[in-house]
Design a protein around this ligand. Sequence first.
Ligand code: HEM
Length: 524
Amino acid sequence: ILLAASSSNTKTKGNKINLPPGPRTFPIIGNISLLRKSSTEIEAILRNIHRKYGPVVSIRIAHRPAVFVADRTLAHQALVQNGAVFADRPPAAPTNRFLSSNQHSISSAAYGPTWRLLRRNLTANILHPSRISSFSNARRWVLQLLLDRLLVTSSDITSTSSTNGVCVKEHFQYAMFCLLVLMCFGDKLDEPKIKDIETVQRRLLLRLRRFNILNFWPKITKILLRKRWQELLQLRQDQEDVLAPLIEARRNKAESDSVSDSESESIVCYVDTLLDLRLPADVKEREKEMSRKLEMSEMVSLCSEFLNAGTDTTSTALEWIMANIVKHPRIQDKLYAEIKQVVGSKQQEEEEEEVGRVVVEEEDLRKMAYLKAVVLEGLRRHPPGHFVLPHAVTEEEVVLGGHAVPKEASINFMVADIGWDPSVWEDPMAFKPERFLGNGGEVVEMITGSKEIKMMPFGAGRRICPGHGLAILHLEYFVANLVWSFEWNYKASASADEVDLSEKQEFTTVMKYPLKARLSPRSP
Ligand code: HEM
């Protein structure tokens, strides 16, 4: 079937429709070198291709067409207006298939009953606002941990008269990691255990690019690059060795709670929801009308996905936002004034009782429009991912912007460029939170892109990031408390202008020169 993604054009009338334009197929050597390039390099190549061939282009990567879309209206036509057609994922490459337990994770699953079940479980049982609020104690604990670490590090630096400033990246990453671990495995884990989990997860994440080559002619590379495959197997084994006992512990707890009918700890963590889940029957089992529980390796893959999806993405966004706050003292002053207006009176009461500095609570955030605007501008100007995860179409051949998108093609969207479109945003590369405030000072929301896409840091449509509400809560909560607790300046003696906003590709698009800031505690 030829299905059109534009509302005016639903079927082709027998005419042959071609793939989107693009450079001639890369030769094999070109293909391998493309696999080795970081996505920043691929992004730069793609920008040139778009300049030459238009908003929808195609190239060949590892024998498959890869389509890229750089236009917000076409992105809306595809992801929102024809959401179901563009909601599939391409078949996973061998290393991803292995790590996702045969595409049994939310992000890798094909569009169908397994994906629907896994995604609904996460959104209804963990990311629903009522469930998110059950973790507010965990957030308060982690906030204190982060503030203490920053205080100790900044006073160490002051006492040695170093002019280096605090490098905040690692502290932000650790804080986000703690939060996601507690939501995943329950809020009773101590710091050493969290560190163990972080070590195995990070080791795997940082080496992922090294294993890309195994996806190229897998039958041959499996033999020729046997050691590299073994390295991947070992990293996965290390991950299972750390995560599986934590999953088992929750299973045992659930069983003993049901025997003793205990209602002591009612907080439901992600693992608890996975233990009860029943996967729809696959083709063989369907004949016997069976469904089955998740296997341990599948639960490990889902927990790993949960941790990876929610940590570096959010901590990267936090670092970019704080970098802009340091770079623009005017924005910091305005934000501080807003926070003071909301929590200042509470602070005065505490001072009378000599309790010390209050924290900005979650319910206070609702009253802070400028804070929301700062976070949105951070996500627009510095989206942690410059692409979404590769999509695929569910029909044999689909037409987008007058070009064919075949079923075997992957399709992706230039997220960063769409948020920097000069026809939508005035002076798009400048950091101006005010652009998100309406005339009455209210926030103009545009995160989901359901009416039209002006930015898409979380994607759009059926595969939109299910964690966007949680991510925004984490960002608002931490930005508010970081600005409320410290005055942020660039290094010890340099001027604020020196914050360098160059980019570099890691798991996300990070600051090439991680933010180093001089932190002065605000007086109670
Ligand atoms: C600032 C933080 C975050 C950003 C920028 C972000 C961005 C994204 C993007 C761009 C996608 C791909 C959408 C697509 O393929 O069309 C995605 C998918 C996903 N994200 Fe996030 N994310 C963030 C935080 C989180 C959090 C906190 C969680 C969960 C706890 C999460 C869980 C997921 C999952 C499970 C998917 C796969 C969805 C699917 O395939 O159906 N993310 N995210």
